[in-house]
Design a protein around this ligand. Structure first.
Ligand SMILES: *[C@@H]1O[C@H](CO)[C@@H](O)[C@H](O)[C@H]1NC(C)=O
Ligand SMILES: *[C@@H]1O[C@H](CO)[C@@H](O)[C@H](O)[C@H]1NC(C)=O
Ligand SMILES: *[C@@H]1O[C@H](CO)[C@@H](O)[C@H](O)[C@H]1NC(C)=O
Length: 246
């Protein structure tokens, strides 16, 4: 049998589960499984992102540094995405009404999603399956899986998020490099979606619905970049929907 390069998602989950179970401590086995820590209402995190199933054909540059400003009171999620060796960062502004703007110095793309910003309890509110303890980046963690979409690591001693992996074709893995609860973006002028995101006031809605075929996307290489990002964002939004209804 030819070895597969990457196990299919259920196998991956099973392997992770078995690994976690094998390394779980006896005290964990006796008590009830721990619950994930809710996210703080506001935080700033710096994430290292690796699209581990990167392929030139399907995705943009696989390595990114993302500044994430999560702001639940304002129902806003900001991602400043820097691709490796690119001088032109990508702004991703997500609003709770389901509208997301993605723009850099020359392009803009507007997407509509059926659900809004993830609530702080998207994982702690139910539906997370405890997978045991695990060590990632040398940090002792509790590990949960949710709905076959995500594997989530939080630091066992503090509850801080450490890492999450999306179980999807891009294999997005995000590593939390810094985590600052309570920090909100101070000057958000540069996060205002630029005029090019609003070409015709009259038929905005219609254009927004068009998705991928949309001519707001400047080039096919740009489009490739969106594909990977979108996969992750869609998953997070699906999870938000699942959390809200479970
Ligand atoms: C990104 O993921 C790929 C596939 O798992 C791995 O080979 C590569 O070393 C990773 N790169 C970094 C910088 O972590
Ligand atoms: C959602 O909110 C943003 C920010 O206020 C706004 O720019 C956008 O047009 C809104 N979308 C809809 C569909 O109302
Ligand atoms: C990796 O990506 C390729 C296409 O780019 C896809 O066919 C394959 O299913 C992906 N692997 C996984 C594990 O999702």
């Amino acid at each position: 049998m030819a070895p597969t390069r990457w196990p299919p998602p259920p196998l991956l989950l099973l392997l992770l589960f078995q690994f976690a179970a094998a390394t779980a401590t006896p005290e964990d086995a006796s008590g009830p499984p721990p619950s994930p820590t809710p996210w703080p209402e506001r935080f700033h995190a710096v994430l290292f992102t690796n699209l581990t199933n990167y392929s030139v054909a399907s995705t943009g540059p696989p390595l990114r540094i993302t500044d994430l400003y999560y702001d639940w009171p304002r129902r806003r999620n900001l991602n400043l995405v820097r691709h490796q060796l690119s001088a032109d960062p990508l702004y991703d502004v997500e609003w709770n009404n389901g509208t997301s703007f993605y723009f850099d110095s020359s392009t803009c793309r507007v997407e509509r999603f059926p659900v809004g910003v993830l609530p702080p309890w998207w994982l702690s509110g139910g539906g997370a399956e405890y997978m045991g303890r695990g060590v990632t980046g040398g940090i002792e963690c509790h590990v949960w899986g949710k709905a076959g979409f995500i594997v989530y690591y939080e630091e066992a001693s503090t509850g801080r998020p450490v890492r999450w992996n999306f179980i999807d074709v891009t294999g997005i893995e995000q590593f939390v490099m810094s985590f600052e609860p309570g920090v909100a973006l101070e000057n958000d002028a540069q996060w205002q979606a630029p005029a090019r995101c609003f070409p015709d006031d009259d038929d905005d809605d219609e254009k927004e619905e068009q998705g991928k075929g949309n001519d707001h996307v400047a080039s096919s290489s740009e489009e490739a970049v969106w594909d990977g990002l979108e996969a992750g964002i869609r998953l997070l939004r699906n999870l938000a929907g699942a959390a809200a209804t479970s």
